[in-house]
Design a protein around this ligand. Sequence first.
Ligand code: VGL
Ligand code: ZN
Length: 187
Amino acid sequence: MNALIIVDVQYDFMPGGALAVAEGDKVADVILKIRDRFDHVVFTQDWHPADHCSFRQNGGIWPPHCIQNSDGASIDRKIFRDGDTYIRKGIHQDVDSYSGFWDNERKHKTGLDDHLKTSDVDTIYICGLATDYCVKFTALDGIDAGYRVFLIKDACRGVDVHEGDSSKAVDDMINKGVIVISSESIQ
Ligand code: VGL
Ligand code: ZN
């Protein structure tokens, strides 16, 4: 079985949001075209307590974003349907979680790996936001967890805090064994 993993397509990562990603609103149309081609679809959702350690006022590097139950934390309503599976991450105050599988210190597993294994998934296709953070670490951890991992590049956008971060992230994924494809090849 395969699964499409839609990473953090949430309003705070779109233009006008608290941690806007350039063209973050553009991935939804691509995702809508391809999502019905997969055996399973799973969303990840960045879901932080209001005093999360990744926020600047607590010594982190990000503006406050994706605060639990805020509108900015909602998954794009164009692509999220009632009954869809979602896995929340970054829920512990003291540790961030870029990957959809594990927090950054590998202290807590999210439910993603168990959900995929229970569903007999061995191949995952990753898309969403942001290429250089949560998409990248989800893809790398996917390889570590034993999945065949594809990156649907045109269905991703990056933060690019430093110029070139996203293309470097794609290189890192390729070097780890991730296969980069375009949505055109799945439609
Ligand atoms: C993300 C920075 C902070 C992401 C989440 O979804 O890529 N980036 N929190
Ligand atoms: Zn976050």
